[in-house]
Design a protein. Sequence first.
Length: 98
Amino acid sequence: MNLQPLDDRILVERIAAEEKTAGGILLPDTAKNKPQIGKVVAVGPGKLKKDGGRTPLQVKVGDKVYFTSWAGDEVNRQVQTENDLLIMREEDVLAIID
């Protein structure tokens, strides 16, 4: 199934959480925080302006982004890849990571 975000929304695939702490301790699933870093896999056409044009998005497919912890809505498991997919507004992205 192919998902195409609308307006100023983007589709982000979370990058998997670390399995170990810096000291080498394995973390159980219940102790892991959901990562706030992901890869943009699809973008919408941009926010609709009053004159009928669109404001282009600053992020593009392939960008690695850092987003807020409450950002987005998780995509249903039927259309997910191995990592979580989120649909969020571009404004929820805090930074693009080089």
